[in-house]
Each structure stands twice: as C-alpha cells, then as structure tokens.
Design a protein around this ligand. Structure first.
Ligand SMILES: [Mg+2]
Length: 215
C-alpha cells in the first residue's frame, strides 16, 4: 500500500453549514449578497466577494464568537482523526474561508492531532468586520481563493502520497480533478458527475473511515 494523505475542505464538509451562509442568514440583508452573485457570475474573485460580505458584520466580537459556536460539525471527523493518527496518515484541512472560525470550532484538535491547516488568516473587529488576509508569498497562495487547494494535493502527490480528498463546494472541483480518491457531496458531487470524476459515497466521515479501514 502506498502512503496516504487526507486532504479535506472545512465548510460544509467538516462543518454542517458554511460559516458564510450561517453569518449571512443571521446578520445580513439580502442585498449584502451582491458580491456573492458577482463571484458566481465569474466577475469577482471568491476571496474578494467574501471579504466584501464579511466586512458588513458589525457585532461585538464576543457575540460573533458565540454565534460561531452554534455551527455544528460532523462529529465522525473526530473518529477519523483518531484513525489517521493510528495509521500515521497526515491530515490537511484546506479552506477558502479562514482560520478565525476554524480555530474557534476545532479548538485544540488542530494541535492535538497535528492537523495542517492551510487557509487564509482572519482578523475581526467590530469596526471593520471580518477581514481575510491571504497568505501572499506562500507556496499555496492563489489570487482568486487565497489558497490553492489543488497545489496542496499536487505537492503531496509529488512527495509520493496517494491523496484522498473530501469536499462539497466549487473551490473543491480543481483539487478533486487531480486527487487519487474523491469523497464528494453537494455541489462538488454534482460537478464531479458532470465532469466524469469518480467519487465515493460521502454522507459523513464514517464513509472515509470505512474506506481507510478496508485498505
Ligand atoms: Mg465547503
């Protein structure tokens, strides 16, 4: 068996709901979504659309953090972390969102399991809202999304890893095209079917656990 690495998206894949939609639905008016429509129409970069929308959050930080805590996670992800630790499978979380809420939601798990988090840096203030700062100058930097998930997959493959990729959204399509095994749900599943990319059943991370245990 070749060596395996697990690369997964965060929003809508580890978390049940995207931080983005969670915040938009709770705090913002419908017209705040204009930048998102621009992104969907291909006229705006993903990171610029998110930053334009996140800038409109103007609540005390303590409130934003406790609201962030109401985002639920696929708890089977924690079981997968245990399995990966046991099998010495490196785990990468790649996100077009930011560390601000991923750290809040995963807490010590990131450190305890040695998860490599590749994402934008997020800074919040009541005055300026949430600002995502892409890792310019880093090898995974991407102008449109902040980080290139496909670059993470590619580098691992160049290091000799067979990459298992899990995701659910548009920024997961490019990495899914090159990953060795793809677990897809929602929009990603639909796009993979259109593109003829083979996918595995993915209702929860239990499906990934079953796959790894059968190897
Ligand atoms: Mg997602």
């Amino acid at each position: 068996m070749s060596k395996i690495a697990l690369v997964t998206d965060f929003d809508g894949t580890i978390s049940d709901n995207d931080f983005f939609w969670h915040v938009v639905n709770h705090y913002l008016e419908a017209d705040a979504l204009k930048p998102w429509e621009e992104y969907m129409a291909g006229r705006m970069h993903h990171i610029d659309a998110l930053n334009a929308i996140f800038a409109k959050i103007k609540v005390p930080e303590a409130e934003l953090l406790s609201f962030t805590d109401t985002i639920t996670l696929d708890k089977t992800f924690y079981n997968l972390l245990e399995l990966c630790k046991r099998k010495e499978i490196p785990v990468y979380i790649v996100s077009a969102g930011c560390d601000y809420y991923i750290h809040r939601l995963l807490g010590n798990k990131i450190k305890d399991y040695g998860i490599k988090l590749v994402t934008n840096h997020g800074v919040y203030s009541k005055e300026n809202g949430l600002k995502m700062l892409p890792p310019t100058g880093e090898p995974y930097y991407d102008e449109a999304v902040g980080i290139s998930k496909a670059a993470v997959v590619k580098e691992l493959q160049e290091q000799g890893y067979e990459v298992i990729y899990a995701g659910d959204g548009p920024p997961d399509v490019e990495p899914a095209k090159i990953a060795d095994v793809v677990f897809a749900k929602k929009i990603l599943l639909k796009r993979c079917q259109e593109l003829g990319i083979k996918t595995q059943k993915f209702e929860s991370f239990n499906d990934v656990i079953n796959y790894l245990e059968d190897l």
